[in-house]
Design a binder for this molecule. Structure first.
Ligand SMILES: [Zn+2]
Length: 420
């Protein structure tokens, strides 16, 4: 049978399993898995539920328990399973997280966030979109591949990980540090997306928030020479930094909606309450989103040298504090195997032309890229994570499952359309 015939078979099988998939999805969403750092019971029960189902389908499920002394069970569960392919040296992984954020204000929910309701082709529940939909679509994609018993070009597997909503210390960060992924693995993180399902995220910007405190000398505004106006020096420094950033970091990258690095002076802290006092302290902040072509070390070295020269020029003390720093890994190439396979599968199943994009925020996809593992972030969602009345469209759940199952089968396939 041609690979494309097998894909047609997969499509009709998954359509036929719609009720079964929906039933599993609803039962899983009933298990509250709010991150324990956010006051919830954690992932343990949900992980057991998924494990039991996979075992009943004949999968051998493995677990990585990550020690967490602050958690009632002492460890946080991360689970995975896979089907072996011809080339056993690499695995196509679909990685979703099992934890959710809390429901927030109950009054804002029209239904019980932990008792899923099906309405208008959608399933309403906390975690339905983020990240339950993709956990279930990838799980049923894998189940379908196993059921068909087709030869796979390489291993294909799924992960359900812990702790994504609270920084991934007990999830992906631990797994990467402990060698659970290989540089030639293909990783799909279906934890963000767009309603039309065409945006494949392959790059993220570096993120830097910093705070600058200038310490001058406070005096009466009628006798400014006796003091040192921290506000004037702070403004001068902020404007100099702004100019340096915009003159130097001029590269562009069309993957991003704002195709350049952004450097914005944002917050300032109140100084003196009255007009006739020269401020002795000035505090300002910058929010920087820097293209992955640049390193934040370079940006920070520019900040430090400008601070140094401002201090010397005015004989004041100026402190720098880094409030938040997330370095971006190198962008995954649109020509990489994982990006090409996803592109082919999306086109084959949905007949839509995918486009590759970069985003200014950050996902766990970035953690993989920092480790040199090409990673694509994709799913079809209305993009309402963490909101009240969160939902997943059942059609998206089913269609994404088909795309995931098609990916390994389209490896090695030549053009499927004029586009490819
Ligand atoms: Zn998520």
């Amino acid at each position: 049978m041609q690979a494309t015939d097998i894909v047609s078979r997969i499509e009709s099988d998954i359509d036929g399993d719609r009720e079964k998939i929906l039933d599993f999805f609803i039962r899983m969403l009933k298990i509250n898995s709010v991150n324990p750092r956010m006051g919830g019971p954690g992932e343990t029960e949900r992980a057991k539920f998924i494990q039991t189902f996979l075992a009943s389908e004949g999968f051998k499920v493995s677990g990585v328990d990550v020690p967490d002394a602050g958690y009632k069970d002492g460890v946080r569960p991360n689970i995975f399973t896979m089907i072996e392919g011809k080339d056993k040296s690499k695995t196509l992984w679909f990685l979703s997280h099992m934890d959710t954020v809390p429901e927030g204000s109950r009054e804002l929910w029209e239904t019980d966030p932990f008792d899923p309701v099906v309405k208008d082709g959608k399933v309403f529940a906390r975690g339905a979109e983020d990240n339950g939909q993709s956990l279930v679509s990838s799980l049923f994609a894998l189940r379908e591949l196993k059921k068909l018993g087709v030869d796979l070009p390489f291993n294909v597997g799924i992960w359900g990980v812990a702790d994504e909503e609270f920084g991934s210390e007990h999830g992906v960060k631990y797994l990467l540090d402990h060698g659970h992924f290989k540089p030639n693995d293909l990783v799909v993180v279906p934890d963000a997306g767009t309603p039309d399902g065409v945006s494949v995220e392959i790059a993220e910007k570096n993120l830097l928030w910093f705070k600058v405190t200038t310490k001058g000398k406070q005096v009466h505004a009628s006798m400014p020479t006796r003091g040192k106006n921290a506000h004037r020096i702070g403004m001068e420094l902020a404007l100099n930094l702004d100019r340096i950033f915009h003159q130097k970091y001029t590269k562009t990258n069309d993957l991003f909606d704002d195709p350049f690095s952004t450097f914005e002076p944002t917050k300032v802290e109140p100084n003196v309450p009255n007009i006739n006092t020269v401020p002795g302290i000035d505090v300002f902040y910058f929010d920087c989103r820097v293209l992955p072509e640049y390193s934040l070390d370079e940006v920070l070295s520019d900040v430090r040298s400008e601070i140094f020269s401002t201090q010397n020029r005015h004989n004041v003390e100026i402190d720098l504090e880094i409030i938040n720093r997330e370095d971006a890994g190198p962008a995954t190439q649109s020509s990489s195997e994982v990006a090409r396979l996803l592109e082919k599968a999306i086109y084959h199943i949905t007949k839509k032309n995918p486009k590759f994009i970069g985003i200014g925020g950050q996902t766990v996809g970035n953690l993989f890229r920092k480790d040199g593992i090409p990673t694509a972030v994709w799913s079809t969602v209305d993009d309402i994570p963490h909101e009240p009345n969160e939902y997943s469209k059942i059609d998206n759940l089913i269609s994404d499952a088909k795309v995931f199952a098609a990916m390994p089968l389209l490896a090695g396939q030549a053009s499927l359309s004029q586009k490819f």
